[in-house]
Design a protein around this ligand. Structure first.
Ligand SMILES: [Zn+2]
Length: 233
């Protein structure tokens, strides 16, 4: 078959068998479903959706099809969606109730907060059971005006994806791994001059001499010049 012979039926793609009557019906269906989605979301008791936990994302996905299909599918009845919504709310309420009763259950459903940085170094990396996107984390640090890891005493990755930072006071700030791309990007396996360097993998800082060096903590060998400015807020 020649590709030129493929004819696209644009009328079918864009209009299909849509009639004027059904177009008007879609307006009403959308209005109804939209109001129902708003109501359901209000009933979950959430104030906003800046960050969602995995459990809440699951709820949204479950609602998505039940909410969207009746808007434009002629034979999808709104009552069926109503049953789905009711089931989702009951499930949501039950799960949040159990989670408030059992810490173990809450951990399974929501995950648990993870220590990412302790005393200016990445600690989560030692634990291979977690997938952890370091570049995303660097972006978070930059948004909190953090210049290097030596400013951070502790960082905790919360279950909703937010990160809580606890800072060193100005006189506690130590040398640390820089997080700005231009500075972090200057990593090298050869130490050019004696001085303070930070391991680009785990953030451990060491006083190093010229030449190659391995990190005593993570055994990696890429280094970048460590910096120690205090935090400006
Ligand atoms: Zn290291």
């Amino acid at each position: 078959m020649n590709w030129i012979s493929v004819q696209l039926d644009f009328r079918k793609i864009f209009i299909g068998d849509l009639s004027f009557d059904f177009a008007a019906e879609i307006m009403i269906r959308t209005l109804l479903m939209f109001s129902m989605v708003l109501l359901v979301l209000r009933l979950t008791g959430k104030k906003g959706v800046r960050q969602l936990s995995i459990f809440e994302v699951a709820i949204i996905i479950a609602m998505g099809s039940a909410a969207g299909d009746p808007m434009f599918t002629q034979d999808a009845s709104i009552f069926v969606s109503l049953i789905v919504f009711a089931a989702i709310i009951i499930l949501y309420r039950l799960i949040t109730f159990w989670a408030s009763k059992s810490e173990q259950f809450e951990k399974v459903i929501e995950g648990e907060p993870l220590y990412v940085i302790e005393e200016g170094r990445f600690t989560l990396l030692d634990d291979h059971s977690h997938t952890f996107a370091k570049d995303e984390f660097f972006a978070e640090m930059r948004q909190a005006s953090i210049e290097h890891l030596g400013q951070i005493k502790t960082a905790i990755l919360e279950t909703n994806g937010n990160i809580s930072f606890y800072y060193y006071t100005d006189d506690e700030v130590r040398y640390g791994l820089p997080v700005q791309p231009k500075v972090y990007g200057k990593k090298s396996v050869q130490i050019p001059l004696p001085g303070m360097y930070a391991c680009t993998y785990c953030g451990r800082t060491e006083k190093l001499e010229k030449g190659p060096a391995h990190c005593p903590s993570c055994k990696k060998n890429e280094w970048v010049t460590a910096i120690n400015p205090v935090r400006i807020t």
